[in-house]
Design a protein around this ligand. Structure first.
Ligand SMILES: *[C@@H]1O[C@H](CO)[C@@H](O)[C@H](O)[C@H]1NC(C)=O
Ligand SMILES: *[C@@H]1O[C@H](CO)[C@@H](O)[C@H](O)[C@H]1NC(C)=O
Ligand SMILES: *[C@@H]1O[C@H](CO)[C@@H](O)[C@H](O)[C@H]1NC(C)=O
Ligand SMILES: *[C@@H]1O[C@H](CO)[C@@H](O)[C@H](O)[C@H]1NC(C)=O
Ligand SMILES: *[C@@H]1O[C@H](CO)[C@@H](O)[C@H](O)[C@H]1NC(C)=O
Ligand SMILES: *[C@@H]1O[C@H](CO)[C@@H](O)[C@H](O)[C@H]1NC(C)=O
Ligand SMILES: *[C@@H]1O[C@H](CO)[C@@H](O)[C@H](O)[C@H]1NC(C)=O
Ligand SMILES: *[C@@H]1O[C@H](CO)[C@@H](O)[C@H](O)[C@H]1NC(C)=O
Ligand SMILES: *[C@@H]1O[C@H](CO)[C@@H](O)[C@H](O)[C@H]1NC(C)=O
Ligand SMILES: *[C@@H]1O[C@H](CO)[C@@H](O)[C@H](O)[C@H]1NC(C)=O
Ligand SMILES: *[C@@H]1O[C@H](CO)[C@@H](O)[C@H](O)[C@H]1NC(C)=O
Ligand SMILES: *[C@@H]1O[C@H](CO)[C@@H](O)[C@H](O)[C@H]1NC(C)=O
Length: 598
């Protein structure tokens, strides 16, 4: 009230003065401070240029662009977010004593964050994120007793995180990710009793995670990933009852993973990936009943997959790839009824796949490649209608591909290469119009290639190499517009090759070591993306079609060991990218260029 009276007196005085001397400025001190700040800015939007100036009928900056005042006409908010300003944030900002909100995020400001900000004792909210600020975080920010939000992320800040920040009693949000901060996380982090989000990722923090973090009892989000942290996970993390997100991936953490207690019931996402832990996956994680994603990739974990994970009814992603986990998958995993992604790639898991996995009626992606699984894939798994990807390559799986496979209408990718599957490929498979990648190389499959492939024109990779297939290539392959890689090598296939004139995306064709006969298809000359053609070790006859000379991207051409005749076209050898050319073992007349490459 007193302020208001004072202000009105001042205003009256100014009006009196300004009627006499036209150009006098009666701008209050906040306005003058802003004008000083203006001098440090290089580029500003027109709205700022037209309002941030002395104007005889204005004694306050309250109508200026980006400014908000309180009832007593004191500036409480300076908000230039996304305004396209560049230059620096001058120290004069510290003179705007009533400032509660400073938002200069998403601009092109550089230089230091002024330490004078510590003088704006009413500040509740500071956002200088997404600029080019450099230098250290001023220690003085720690004296801002009302500060609740501090966003410094995505700048080029260096130096250590000031200890004083954790003494701010009201601090809720501390986001300093995407900077170049170094040093340890201050030992007094636990003093921040009100902190809800601590985001320190994408920096160069080193040292250990302080045990005192367990005192931040309200902490919901803890992002420490992509730093250089060492040591073990503090046991006190288990005290954080409000925690929903815990990310420590990509550090150099070690020791056993001690996490999971009755207090982790709110945890939704956990990512411990890319560290060097020892020991196993803690069974106590089964207590974290809200878990949606549990990701621990490449952490050197050994032992078995705990059956207690079956208690996680809300889990949608389980990714424990690239560890040293062993023995079989516990049947209880089939109880994770929300699971949509199960990735256990690159471990030492083995035994039979539990048929209980068939209970996962929301499973879309099943990735078990590079393990030692054996036996048949249980028929129950082949009946999961939601399945879109089945990646089980490099195991010791046996048995046949059942007819149930043809009824999985969502199936897009099936990679089963380097196993011991046998029997025929179910003929109805081709009728599935969503198929994109079929990679069956290196099995013991027999019978013929299913007809009607490429129904949906989405098939890009079709690899049946190193099996025992016979019969002709179905005509449908020649109509496959999206086909990029066709590999049928090392089988007993026979008959003519398709014309290939429709396969405009074909880049890799390998049908070597079969019994194909007839001419080299002229249509290949129109597949302009071809970089590899291997037709060797067949019974192809006739001359080399000159149109092959049109293939500018060709790097590898092997026509060796066939029954080809005629003169080698003179254009041969004109390809710019060609590194390998093999024509030997045919019946050409005249000059034949010697084999080159291998
Ligand atoms: C001065 O401020 C008044 C009130 O905000 C505004 O209407 C007027 O256009 C301004 N004059 C100039 C020259 O900017
Ligand atoms: C700043 O202004 C923008 C609109 O221009 C608004 O979305 C944002 O919430 C404001 N910042 C604060 C902290 O109020
Ligand atoms: C940011 O500011 C620098 C000068 O400080 C200038 O060279 C650069 O072009 C600016 N970038 C943008 C996007 O305005
Ligand atoms: C804060 O204000 C005091 C008194 O006005 C002044 O002496 C000091 O230099 C200011 N601090 C900073 C960091 O600007
Ligand atoms: C961090 O520092 C490195 C090397 O000094 C630099 O290449 C990188 O751009 C910096 N990152 C940020 C976010 O400033
Ligand atoms: C790990 O962090 C480093 C920088 O510390 C970064 O270059 C790298 O991309 C990160 N790796 C992953 C997988 O996030
Ligand atoms: C993985 O853990 C074993 C002990 O369990 C240890 O001998 C080995 O050095 C660890 N490997 C890495 C890369 O940390
Ligand atoms: C849940 O946490 C309690 C306390 O830490 C522990 O004793 C128990 O074994 C945990 N339950 C499971 C299933 O791991
Ligand atoms: C699991 O998810 C459902 C639906 O989102 C939710 O209602 C339920 O509370 C969650 N359960 C737990 C234990 O978080
Ligand atoms: C799971 O792990 C694989 C490595 O096997 C990684 O490439 C992938 O991004 C992870 N997926 C998720 C959802 O975490
Ligand atoms: C598949 O196994 C064979 C040996 O049986 C090996 O030569 C080949 O490199 C393997 N393929 C892949 C992709 O690992
Ligand atoms: C295919 O079957 C033969 C004969 O049963 C066996 O010797 C061979 O190892 C099998 N190959 C594969 C890849 O399973």
């Amino acid at each position: 009230m007193k302020n208001l009276v004072l202000f009105e007196t001042l205003l009256l005085f100014c009006l009196v003065v300004s009627t006499r001397i036209v150009s006098i400025s009666c701008l209050n001190s906040d306005g003058l401070s802003l004008l000083s700040l203006r001098k440090h800015l290089d580029k500003v939007p027109p709205e700022l240029t037209s309002t941030w100036k002395t104007n005889s009928s204005e004694s306050t900056p309250c109508n200026w662009f980006g400014i908000t005042c309180d009832d007593s006409k004191k500036v409480t908010s300076l908000n230039l977010t996304g305004a396209g300003v560049s230059g620096q944030l001058g120290p004069e900002v510290g003179q705007i004593k009533s400032l509660e909100i400073l938002d200069v995020s998403s601009n092109n400001l550089s230089g230091m964050i002024p330490s004078s900000l510590g003088n704006c004792s009413s500040l509740v909210y500071i956002d200088v994120s997404e600029n080019r600020f450099s230098g250290k975080i001023p220690d003085t920010l720690g004296s801002l007793k009302s500060l609740a939000d501090l966003y410094l992320y995505s700048n080029s800040l260096t130096g250590e995180l000031p200890k004083s920040l954790f003494q701010i009693p009201a601090l809720n949000y501390l986001h300093v990710e995407h900077n170049n901060l170094t040093g340890s996380i201050p030992q007094n982090v636990g003093e921040a009793k009100e902190i809800l989000e601590l985001r320190l990722f994408d920096n160069q923090f080193s040292g250990t995670i302080p045990e005192s973090i367990g005192n931040c009892r309200k902490l919901e989000i803890l992002y420490l990933h992509n730093n250089k942290l060492v040591g073990s996970l503090p046991a006190s993390l288990n005290l954080l009852e409000s925690l929903t997100d815990l990310f420590v991936a990509n550090n150099s953490l070690s020791g056993t993973v001690r996490f999971g207690s009755t207090k982790c019931r709110k945890l939704v996402t956990l990512d411990f990936s890319y560290n060097q832990f020892e020991g196993g996956v803690p069974p106590e994680l089964g207590n974290c009943s809200s878990l949606d994603a549990l990701v621990i990739i490449k952490c050197n974990l050994s032992g078995t997959i705990p059956s207690s994970l079956g208690m996680l009814k809300n889990l949608t992603v389980l990714n424990l790839s690239e560890n040293r986990l062993s023995e079989s998958i516990p049947a209880e995993i089939g109880d994770c009824s929300s699971l949509s992604t199960l990735k256990l790639n690159n471990n030492q898991l083995g035994g039979q796949l539990p048929s209980a996995l068939g209970k996962l009626q929301k499973l879309e992606s099943l990735e078990l490649f590079e393990n030692q699984f054996s036996g048949e894939i249980p028929i129950e798994i082949w009946k999961i209608q939601s399945l879109t990807q089945l990646l089980v390559y490099k195991n010791s799986l046996t048995g046949t591909l059942p007819v149930e496979m043809t009824k999985l209408k969502n199936l897009r990718i099936v990679t089963i290469f380097n196993n011991s599957f046998s029997g025929v490929i179910p003929p109805g498979l081709g009728l599935n119009s969503n198929l994109e990648i079929l990679d069956f190389i290196g099995n013991n499959l027999t019978g013929e290639i299913p007809p009607n492939l490429c129904h949906g024109n989405k098939l890009t990779v079709f690899n049946l190499g190193s099996n025992q297939l016979h019969g002709n290539i179905p005509a449908s392959i020649g109509q496959c517009k999206s086909l990029s890689r066709l590999i049928l090598r090392d089988n007993n296939l026979s008959g003519p090759l398709p014309e290939f004139s429709q396969n405009q995306d074909l880049s890799f064709l390998d049908v070597n070591s079969n019994k194909f006969e007839g001419p080299i298809p002229r249509g290949l000359g129109s597949c302009r993306k071809l970089n590899t053609i291997n037709l060797s070790r067949n019974k192809l006859m006739g001359a080399i079609p000159p149109v092959l000379g049109n293939l500018q991207k060709l790097r590898y051409l092997n026509l060796g060991v066939n029954l080809l005749t005629g003169l080698v076209p003179p254009k041969f050898g004109n390809w710019k990218e060609l590194t390998t050319l093999i024509l030997s073992g045919n019946r050409f007349s005249g000059f034949v260029p010697p084999d080159r490459g291998s």
